[in-house]
Design a protein around this ligand. Sequence first.
Ligand SMILES: *[C@@H]1O[C@H](CO)[C@@H](O)[C@H](O)[C@H]1NC(C)=O
Length: 418
Amino acid sequence: MAMAISLKSSANAVLLSCIVILLSSSSGCEANGRVGGGSIGAGGHKRDPSEIVFNVLKFGAVPDGKKDNAIEFIRAWRAACDSPGKARLVIPAGNFIAGPIVFQGPCKGPPPITVQLIGNVKALPDMSSYSEDFWITFEKIDGLIVTGTGTIDGQGSLVWKYDDCKKGGSCSVLPANIKFNHVTNAIIRQFTSVDPMGFHIGIVLSQNVKVRRLHIRAPGDSPNTDGIHISQSSQVKIARSIIETGDDCIGIIQGSTDISIVKVTCGPGHGISVGSLGKYPDEKDVRGILVRNCTLKGTTNGLRIKTWGGSPPSLASDMTYENIIMENVKNPIIIDQSYGKANAPSKVKISDVRFTNVVGTTVSDVAVDLSCSQQVPCEGVELTNINLKNTGPEPLTSNCVNVRVKYAGMQFPPPCPK
Ligand SMILES: *[C@@H]1O[C@H](CO)[C@@H](O)[C@H](O)[C@H]1NC(C)=O
């Protein structure tokens, strides 16, 4: 049936008929897929020959750096997502401008659906067109691959002046470059995220998400540009990525369980942070965090766990930090349970936290700062083979409040007095 469509007819007509066919029957649409496919297949990944390609150009997108292509991207996604066969959405080479985009599932074909980003997509630099906390979102999708050598550019430098969150009190969060919301079984890899208005990448209410070889980039002084922000998600694995940004490299907040961060390089930025926890009532526990073979360069914190002073009860437990290299990091190891409010004790209970093989240089004198809650002291904190050197003249020290630390192996700075 698909073969009957003339390849000589206009590309749009071909694709439109393809959609009609897809919507009206369960037959394949391979001929159109090849039309749309062009030279795709880049990246060296084996392609399923039955996969149908949906190229945004065939849906009217124009990479002229001017036109808002959000509608065309969404139309191409709808066609791909509603296709009964294996589908790939392709954003080819070129500079595409786009306003807010929702890539919504569930999709009809066999998972995963692939989004291949080859070109550059830049956010429409008009704040009035964004009503939510994201620019691009993927939601309610089971089985998703987002891959490619392209760039997602939030053009944040044009709007960072509107960020009022540093002033305290209520503030409006600027839109994240990409939010994954209710996404399961996903692989996110290779592309570059640049200058988001708000966070680079948010992972929310999602499960089994693998993030690999991303390059995340924004100036060190850009406001609230967290690299990867995880909440209420489980089985999130972040590996082999480079994150240079203005706020947390990776931020892990409430309801996150079974999170691993391996071979990630952070800096500039605020380091790898569990928290802030306890900002809201009824936060879910955080459990099972592994940070291994990571490097922090020039960050304002290294490995940080922070909870709000006066926070309601919850648990943060089972956190392992292993083989970590610090280069000129301020606060390399820090637990801060009075974040925001110094005088009210936090009720977030922190337990079973292991720091093993943490080496390198720091620019602060208190290299290990464990300030736990008076109401619920930390338990099961272990430091093994800590070897930090000060770049300044002062000797390094440790600070321990409401915590009894179990030490093993070498300790620079020297342990807290018993
Ligand atoms: C992690 O780092 C340790 C110590 O530097 C090294 O021995 C080990 O091979 C690394 N692991 C991986 C998977 O690279």
